[in-house]
Every structure is written in structure tokens, then in C-alpha cells.
Design a protein around this ligand. Sequence first.
Ligand SMILES: Nc1ncnc2c1ncn2[C@@H]1O[C@H](COP(=O)(O)OP(=O)(O)OP(=O)(O)O)[C@@H](O)[C@H]1O
Ligand SMILES: [Mg+2]
Length: 561
Amino acid sequence: MKVKTLDELSKLADYSLVDTLTPDPDATHDGVDHYPREVFSGHYVPVKPTPIENPTYIAHSKQFFEELGFDDDLATSEDFMKMFSGDSSGFPEPLKKQGWATGYALSIYGTEYYEQCPFRTGNGYGDGRAVSILEAVINGKRWEMQLKGGGRTPYCRGADGRAVLRSSIREFLAQEHMHALGVPTSRSLTLYTSKTEKVRRPWFRNGSYSRDPEVMIEEDVAITTRVAPSFLRVGQVELFGRRARKKEHTRAMEELEQIVLHVIEREYKDEIEESLPLEQKVVLLAKAFQNRLTSLVADWIRIGYCQGNFNSDNTAVGGFTLDYGPFGFMDMFDPRYQPWTGGGAHFSFLNQPQAAERNFGMFIAALKPLLDADKEAGQQLEMIEKQFPRVMQGKMIKMWGAKLGLEHFDAELFNDLVTLMVESSVDYTIFFRELSNIPEDISTLKKSFYGDANYNEKLLVRWIEWLERWKTLIDVKTVPEREKLSQKMKKVNPKYTLREWFLVPAYQAAQREDYTLMHELLEVMNNPYAELSKEMEEKYYRLKPDELFRVAGISHVSCSS
Ligand SMILES: Nc1ncnc2c1ncn2[C@@H]1O[C@H](COP(=O)(O)OP(=O)(O)OP(=O)(O)O)[C@@H](O)[C@H]1O
Ligand SMILES: [Mg+2]
């Protein structure tokens, strides 16, 4: 039975888990709480979303609707549209008219920060424009639904609480693409925009090469609803860990314990036995999260994804991708690829394992106060922390092995490949996809070369030698064996990734109310491993045109909101 109406959807609401948490004792009763203020305690602030004006439908994820059992017509029905564009006035029972926003702490590459909060205490930092409005159990699975751009909360830090159409389209498409790539992620439900409500954002002049934004532009606002088992972040656990460590208030330790048990219930229920004592649960949680986080980062690298802003508050404790802000899918292979001008080298492409380790370290630090009385558990936690590089390395080796179709990873072959890829300026996606065809010679691999590598005899000779060595290692003797390996490699080496220069014309057209490109991208990027039509191949399986390199807003972004 499909969910066809908001009434039917409301029957699936189940706030029983969020209701076990502690609301901010200073919160207003009506949820009208839209100015920056310090929130000293509690796990969330009840807050009403602010609807966008005259919401217009742009897209919903058909695939995700199908998975949830939602009828497609729901996405354009009046009351559903109202709900997911921020208007809670007409909600049927038992839906809550107030949503909730959560506070979190920030650390960047393993250092605690407080300055990002207007009060310099960390008490004003959290979901500034993300408002959760529903927790529902659908076909036995619990989902939280969150409006991004749903208006100001006490954590808005003076900003407008909105997301613009440009960034919302990027996020909407990227989430579904990531899922199709087989990488854990929050999902996209719907995307609505307003043609009358606008906000101003710093941006670049057309065709500019500037690293920093040069002008203020006016943009349409939009709301994407994202969906996940929870939106718990490392930064959130950190907030309570810091408060407990500093004994900031009498309930600080209790609130930390509550949030940690909540994390287990929401994200690790199947892996951690309910009846265990708290200390053991904490140790198992650390281990389980380490396992997920390391797999996630290896997956990002497999598909050429750089998160750009991999702070602890952008790290989901459930171990999935969250916050599609200044992200990017790499074109030309560069170990130091970083699409965000504000991001720095520590969050660059091949440094993501190290950044993950730092975030993991902050997670461990947040858990520590709970183990003060149990020395042995404390030591186990430290052991787990120390194991991070080894676990991460293991996942990386497995991933590179799979990308190369090798049973046993060969470090020398791999290192030589990285050197060659850098020296030849190779398109990351096209190279591995072409290699997955197990080519006779290097002629098809050359499709992935940018620049002059094609005319560099010495380099070509090295490529020929490298390919020969690779072939001896993959050891396929018969045609069926070769076909089998090729198919296997094509399942880990996508043909299509959501490059920024595909996104730009799609959101530009959307600003003119032309959504064809956006829908085409949704279709193509939902099938990233497939062989699609010749037309799609010519459009989306090709090198980035020369003239788009270094162009602001295409090769790098400054602001994502
Ligand atoms: N327009 C805005 N209004 C209010 N708060 C904002 C706005 N833009 C960003 N923020 C807040 O700034 C902080 C850091 O920004 P970041 O880009 O990580 O967040 P985001 O893209 O809004 O977040 P996320 O996807 O992680 O919820 C977040 O707390 C976010 O809520
Ligand atoms: Mg964020």
C-alpha cells in the first residue's frame, strides 16, 4: 500500500526516540525562537520552521519515494508541499507543529573551536538553518526528515536561515548520486523553491578566476528535505563531551550519557547489545563507528569525492556522508584536490583519511568522561583510537586493489601508477573506467589524458610498461575470465560522476525555471555504473573542457550556503 496522503504519512510518525532526549529548558513554548541566543543545556531546541514564500515544486527523488512507499503524486499535493517547504500550520495530528534544531560543537582537524559561535562560548553553534520536522518508522526503518534552509534557529548566528537554489540543487542531486554510487549518505526527498523570496550571497563575476567572492548576488531560496536514520554528528557528541569534561552544569554528565545511548539506539542498535553495561557499549560504539568511518572515507576516494569541509560537525556519527556544501567530484587526478577555497590542504582529497582520524579522535575524547570510573574500558578506548591508521590503511589497500582489479594489492605498481597519473594529468574517473575494459594497449587509456601527455614519448613508454606489468598481475587468461574481471571492475569504477561543470548549467537553467538539465542529471547520476545511450556518453563521459579550468564557481567554490 502506497502512502498517498499527508494523513497517511502522519500515521507513520513516531517521535518516541527524540522524545527521550532533553529539550532546552529555556526554549519558548510556541517554537518562535529565531534569534541567536546561547543554549546552555538540553539536546535540542523546539523551533518552528519558517515557510518559504509561494513554494514551487522542482523535484523529488522518485527512487527514494519508491523505497519509502510514497506515491509520486504526494510530492505535488498541496499539504505535503506545504509541510516540506516549512509551513507546519495545517499539520494533521499527531505531527508536531514545532520542529527541532540541535546544538553542536566544532573542531577543525582535531582542534576545538569556539570563535564560530557569536558568544565565543560554543553555546550558540549548531543547526542554524536545518530543522527536523518528522521522525517516522516506515517499513520497519526509522527515518528523520530535516528541512535544509528551513529558517532561522537560535543557532543561526545572525544569518538568514535560508539555503539558495544553487546549493540546494547541488545537495539534492549529490545525495541521490552518492546513494547510487553505493556510498552511505543522507538522502534527498524533495526540493521546492520560491520565485518571490530571495536572499543575497557573495559570489563571483562571470568567468572570473578569483579565489575569493567579488560581488553580492541575489538568489532564489529553496528547501531540500534530507532524510537519514539520524542527523547525529560527531560535533554533537563533542558538545556534550566538552560540557561534561568541564562540568559546565549539574546535568552535563547525564546529558552526555543520554546522547551516547541515543546514538546507539538510532545508529548501532543491531550491532550493540542493549543489555550490556554502559562502559562496554561505549567501547563497542567506538569500534563500530571506526569501522564505518574508515569504510566511508575509502569509498569517497574510490569515487573521486572530496568533502571539502570535513569538520567534526560535518561528520555523521552514523558513518555516512552529510553536508554537501563545498564538496566536489574530482576531474583531473590531484592528490591535493580541494574544491573549497576556504578549506585548506588538510581537507584535500588524499588527506581525507588523516582528517577522518582527527575527527575520530574528537569523538573518542567526547566519550572519555563516561569511562572515568572504568580504567580498563578507558584503555580499550585508547587502543581503538591508536588502531585508526592501521584500520584505515587496510580499507584503502582493499579499495585500491578493487579499483585495479587485483586480488593482492601491489604497492610498487600502485605507487608507479600514482606518479604516472600525476605526471600525465589524468582524468580520475575516465582512467579507471577505461582500465576496467582491460585494454589491449594504452590507446584507450589516452582518452583520460589532459594536456600534453599524449605527445610525450617517454611518458607513453612508461605507460606501456606499466600496463604490461598490471596485466601480468591481473592474470586473466581466457576471454570469459577477462569479461568477468571487467564487469567486476566496472562495479567499483563509475562511468559517471557529478562534476561541478555539469552542475553549473543545471542550476543556472533552474534559476530560469528550466529544469530539464537538472532532471537529466538526476537520471544519469542515478545510474553511475551503467552504460547509457551514446548521447549521454558524449555529454557526460568526457574530459573537462580546457576553458573551464580555474574558473571560479566551477573549479572551486567559496561559499556553499
Ligand atoms: N544561511 C544560513 N543561516 C543560518 N545558519 C547558517 C546559514 N548558512 C550556514 N549556517 C550555519 O553555519 C554552520 C556551518 O556551515 P555549514 O556550511 O557546515 O553548514 P550547512 O551547510 O548549513 O550544514 P549542514 O549540512 O551541516 O547542516 C552551520 O551551523 C549552519 O547551520
Ligand atoms: Mg555543516
